[in-house]
Ligand binder design. Structure first.
Ligand SMILES: NC(=O)c1ccc[n+]([C@@H]2O[C@H](COP(=O)([O-])OP(=O)(O)OC[C@H]3O[C@@H](n4cnc5c(N)ncnc54)[C@H](OP(=O)(O)O)[C@@H]3O)[C@@H](O)[C@H]2O)c1
Length: 307
């Protein structure tokens, strides 16, 4: 295993899976992407999703709504997309403006088209270990471990952060009784006491707290594996923006066995997972019961023999 766990080869491999399935099943996947407001960071991310989709052969229909759009208007648009057979998946760019409730929107998206995997039905399936969509960022961590052969079976795995988008679903996935799971999971949050004591016992530490360079070398175990989900904007000496993770990469690099970089680590994999979810939705709607996750497990297992 390399010391730096780049997300690039993982995302390239997942993209290859997407292209193969699209060709084999002659699919024309189509998603609707809804952005409310024109926050520059969101617009940048949305554009990169559209570009990736074009390269993969997926159609991406973008709806950009004004920042003061009411919740009812957004709900109506979602309902139209739910009922349109030419649309296989729906993604709503977050954060949403204050007048719109995240949880009402998550509930409104059809569970069969829920590319973000935020509908309670799909989150429940994760807890019950049932096949279905995977939330993009937790799945990026899971596929990264699979690709690099990091098996958490029986290991102390600490997740920093308990959000509904990252920490909670990821902790549940790592408890699954299947390959590349079966971990002994501890979840920490802002109210956790003696945090360093817990993190310094982690064989694998996943950080998702949104605090730049928060985890220092003193907080980690020797030869542990660090998977950094955090993406935090900081300013350099000249005032220019740059992005760093929740882990202080420089101070932890030598002590850790392996570490994901930011940028270019877990974040690099998430868009590929979004398109895997679109393929899952498309196959499901065509009545195909192909298990994409089993297919990926096979391909990654062959790939690991190369190290
Ligand atoms: N790579 C990607 O594609 C991707 C996708 C999504 C998010 N992210 C990044 O991942 C990070 C987390 O995102 P999120 O949406 O999960 O954030 P979030 O909703 O703000 O949740 C942050 C979590 O961290 C916990 N926390 C905050 N400060 C802490 C501290 N000092 N010690 C321990 N726990 C602390 C919070 O605890 P409480 O629950 O007690 O408040 C909360 O559970 C962000 O940097 C975000 O940009 C990356």
């Amino acid at each position: 295993m390399p010391n730096e766990l780049s997300g690039k080869p993982v995302s390239l491999e997942l993209n290859r899976v997407c292209k193969t399935l699209i060709a084999d099943y002659q699919l024309k996947p189509c998603m609707v992407l809804i952005q409310v407001g024109e926050d520059p960071a969101s617009s940048f991310y949305v554009q990169s999703i559209i570009n990736s989709g074009t390269k993969l052969g997926c159609e991406c229909r973008l709806h950009t709504l004004a920042a003061d759009t009411s919740e009812d208007v957004l709900l109506e648009l979602i309902e139209t997309a739910n009922n349109d057979d030419s649309i296989n998946g729906i993604m709503i760019q977050k954060p949403l403006p204050r007048q719109i409730s995240d949880s009402r929107i998550n509930l409104a998206v059809s569970p069969n088209k829920d590319l973000d995997c935020l509908h309670p039905t799909n989150l429940g399936k994760i807890m019950m270990e049932l096949e279905g969509f995977l939330p993009c960022t937790p799945a990026a961590v899971y596929y990264c471990m699979q690709y690099y052969g990091i098996d958490p079976l029986g290991k102390n795995l600490v997740v920093l952060g308990r959000s509904n988008v990252v920490g909670k679903p990821l902790a549940n996935m790592l408890l699954w009784k299947k390959a590349f799971a079966n971990a002994t999971v501890t979840v920490c949050h802002s109210q956790t006491r003696n945090l360093s004591m817990i993190t310094s016992q982690a064989d694998i530490l996943v950080t998702a707290i949104g605090k730049a360079n928060f985890v220092s070398a003193e907080m980690i175990k020797e030869n542990s594996i660090l998977l950094d989900v955090g993406i935090n904007e900081v300013k350099d000496g000249s005032g220019a923006s740059l992005y760093v993770g929740d882990v202080d990469y420089k101070s932890c690099y030598d002590k850790a066995l392996a570490i994901t970089p930011v940028p270019g680590g877990i974040g690099r994999i998430t868009t590929s997972v979004l398109y895997l979810n679109l393929l899952k939705a498309t196959l499901l709607q065509q009545g195909q019961n192909k298990s994409i996750d089993e297919y990926i497990a096979l391909i990654f297992s062959a790939k690991r023999k190369e190290y």
